[in-house]
Design a protein around this ligand. Structure first.
Ligand code: HEM
Length: 442
């Protein structure tokens, strides 16, 4: 394919060196504005790289399924991610990725998930009681603590006596470094702090692995240590350390975002809230939650799909182009970056009727709008790199939603800025200040 004879997508590379990075990081409407100006495929220059944004089910299918050989996950991530998250699943491709995904899988399916349910319910119940006492709270930061505790207990086997707050702070430092523009390595700067936090977290995981080698337990780390593939192959200690760190990252920021949006959307749509509460009441859950009961929460599933559609925690996925390609008449050269856009794909009028409206009924059996077009709902990605923690996240969100709907009422407090910011995951700028009260009549 000759590069010069084909047009590259429209758009602007912005300033020399910096490109349009500042706008990308600071303007929540960055991508929407450009899509309006140039259409569903356009070029820009962000985080030091020439990048093409692509939107819509056709582009999603192209990137996530039919043209995989053109793309590399590893090359899609900025260098900060490589250094801070190590050689983990996120940056691996081809056979290396397939092997490691297979070895991580048992920790996220079948019996392992069943074992996680009781702990999830206990931790969520504890946080809801704490919030009830507080009455007024900023949900985003509180929720992050809750999902972090769930992730560290279930993924790393952290016990109640361990310093969860300390771990959580290191983790916040690590996350801040992922999007630091200047990779200055001393402790005064975001990136330097992130490097120090990464080392502390890896040291902690190392200790956990040491303890689990003789007594593995039911958590994901224990399973990772024990899992063998069909040839007896297994993850080394160094591999487990970076994969566990990645899972902690992938596994709680995203769920926090979706749960906060869930609470916001239901408070804004009382008729949907009532229907969700009625479903819970009808299930007659008298004691602990079971997998069977979770499966019966079909309306809640519709609501969660609608939250995924309208408030996807992750705005898109990046890939490095390793083989040039043509899409919709445009040429994209090797070594550029592409990103499939999750949020704008979910606004496609040809797929979703009144896409700006929060309407869980669109996912009911009758309408099932997402089933009519492949790769139209991609909040958890798609194809062979579909989110590894999907079932874990669904379980956690259903347990939280069920306990909340059955036992509490909540309202959004006035005078706050609900503009949605996209980085690191989608959240209302105010963090969502709410009042939470225990329900009188169950
Ligand atoms: C609401 C919660 C979650 C959302 C919205 C979400 C979203 C996503 C998305 C969009 C991708 C694909 C990104 C791409 O194509 O570039 C992905 C991949 C991934 N997710 Fe999740 N995720 C969630 C929860 C979790 C949890 C709980 C875990 C683990 C505990 C997890 C682990 C992963 C991993 C390891 C991958 C990479 C899979 C691979 O490369 O094979 N995620 N997730």
């Amino acid at each position: 394919m000759k590069a010069t004879s084909k047009p590259v997508p429209p758009g602007s590379f912005g300033l020399p060196i910096l490109g349009e990075t500042l706008q990308f990081l600071l303007d929540p409407k960055f991508a929407d504005k450009r899509e309006k100006q140039y259409g569903s495929i356009y070029k820009t220059h962000v985080l030091g790289r020439k990048t093409v944004f692509m939107s819509g089910p056709e582009a999603n299918k192209f990137i996530l399924s039919t043209h995989l050989e053109h793309f590399s996950w590893g090359k899609g991530w900025p260098s900060n991610f490589h250094e801070l998250l190590g050689r983990s699943l996120f940056v691996q491709d081809g056979p290396e990725h397939q092997r490691n995904r297979r070895l991580l899988m048992p920790a996220f399916h079948g019996q392992a998930l069943t074992n996680y349910l009781t702990t999830m319910e206990q931790i969520i119940t504890k946080y809801l009681s704490k919030w009830e006492k507080q009455r007024h709270l900023t949900l985003f930061s509180e929720m992050k603590q809750m999902t972090f505790e769930i992730a560290s207990v279930l993924l790393l086997g952290t016990s109640p006596g361990d310093n969860i707050e300390g771990l959580s702070q290191w983790f916040a430092d690590l996350t801040n470094g992922l999007f630091a523009i200047l990779p200055l390595r001393t402790g005064w700067f975001k990136y330097g702090k992130a490097l120090a936090a990464r080392d502390r977290l890896l040291e902690y995981i190392d200790q956990q692995i040491e303890e689990k080698t003789s007594n593995p337990g039911d958590d994901a780390l224990g399973l990772m240590i024990q899992t063998r593939d069909e040839n007896g192959g297994h993850l080394s200690k160094e591999e487990i350390k970076v994969q566990a760190l990645l899972l902690l990252f992938a596994g709680h920021e995203t769920t926090t975002s979706m749960l906060v949006s869930f609470c916001m959307a239901l408070a804004q749509h009382p008729h949907i809230l009532e229907k969700a509460k009625a479903e819970q009441k009808g299930l007659k859950i008298n004691s602990h939650l079971t997998l069977e009961k979770l499966k019966q929460m079909t309306y809640l599933e519709q609501i969660l799909k609608e939250v995924e559609r309208l408030y996807p925690p992750v705005g898109g996925g990046f890939r490095g182009v390793i083989k040039p390609f043509m899409f919709n008449g445009y040429y994209v050269p090797e070594d550029w970056i592409i990103s499939y856009r999750i949020n704008s794909s979910h606004q496609d009028k040809n797929v979703f009727s009144n896409p700006e409206t929060f309407d869980p009924e669109r996912f009911g059996e009758q309408r099932a709008e997402h089933k009519k077009t492949e790769y139209s709902l991609v909040g958890f990605g798609g194809g062979p790199r579909f989110c590894l923690g999907y079932a874990f996240a669904q379980m956690e969100m259903k347990v939280f939603a069920s306990l909340l709907l059955r036992n509490y009422g909540w309202e959004i407090l006035p005078d706050q800025d609900l503009t949605m910011d996209a980085i690191p995951t989608l959240h209302p700028r105010s963090g969502l200040n709410i009042e939470l009260v225990r329900s009188m009549n169950k």
